[in-house]
Design a binder for this molecule. Sequence first.
Ligand code: HEC
Ligand code: HEC
Ligand code: HEC
Ligand code: HEC
Length: 155
Amino acid sequence: MAHDFRDFEHLLRLVAIFVVGFALFIVVRAMLVPDDFGVYGHFRAGALDDNRQRPLAHAGAAACSDCHDDVVNSRAGGGHEKVRCEACHGPLAAHADDPSAQAPELPNPGTVCLKCHLPAMAKPATFPQVDPTEHADNEPCDTCHLPHSPRLEEG
Ligand code: HEC
Ligand code: HEC
Ligand code: HEC
Ligand code: HEC
């Protein structure tokens, strides 16, 4: 019976390698994983503060109407009433904080419209889509449409 387990030293060596390997893993992991990892979930809790420190890029819709109520009025009732200003004008938090600090570049009416209105399979059929060549012979969209209130008057 006893001599069945005669040559077991090589197994001990294998076990020793695993034990050392595991210990090494624990040590290296403790060195690399930040202390606040896992406080709230599978991420570093400090990442929330890091993100909070980053400057905001967008001002939000309400900010624009404080100073540009003429534009807000010209959009009322039009097809773009609910499209946020910054969807076309880009992020303008710096401008809204201090209008003299950043003069916004105006969006190019020849290209900005196609970001949304170029036909695509993925868009719902109810969303108005136009092929710029068929629709307007590649003329700039604002030749006929007002960007802030794009529906054409009857007649
Ligand atoms: C604190 C007031 C204020 C806020 C808030 C503000 N603006 Fe302005 N904006 C101005 C002033 C002042 C000018 C420069 C005068 C002008 O040309 O009307 C200006 C200019 C602009 C222009 C350029 C106009 C041109 O003819 O070149 C655009 C576009 C614009 N703002 C968009 C926005 C958008 C979009 C927002 C919201 C994210 C916004 N503004 C928020 C005050 C403001
Ligand atoms: C659908 C895209 C779109 C949206 C949404 C939009 N704009 Fe514009 N806006 C434009 C374009 C394009 C121009 C440039 C027109 C031109 O070059 O003649 C412009 C021009 C302007 C100007 C320059 C003066 C003028 O009236 O032409 C201001 C100021 C302005 N926008 C503010 C706003 C504000 C504030 C909002 C939200 C309340 C807004 N825009 C929403 C596309 C948009
Ligand atoms: C950020 C996306 C976006 C951009 C950019 C945009 N649009 Fe629109 N547009 C919309 C949405 C949303 C509607 C409303 C669709 C609906 O009612 O189902 C709309 C509706 C329209 C309509 C139909 C209006 C109506 O009353 O039926 C026209 C015309 C139009 N847009 C032209 C333009 C032109 C011209 C430009 C460029 C100056 C432009 N759009 C840029 C999102 C956009
Ligand atoms: C030569 C004038 C002209 C130009 C330039 C023009 N359009 Fe139009 N657009 C019209 C007319 C007229 C209508 C309304 C008739 C119709 O429904 O087809 C219209 C309707 C639309 C509609 C609503 C379509 C629907 O199914 O309800 C959208 C969206 C639109 N245009 C986007 C654009 C875009 C984006 C551009 C720039 C690539 C552009 N238009 C350039 C004249 C023009």
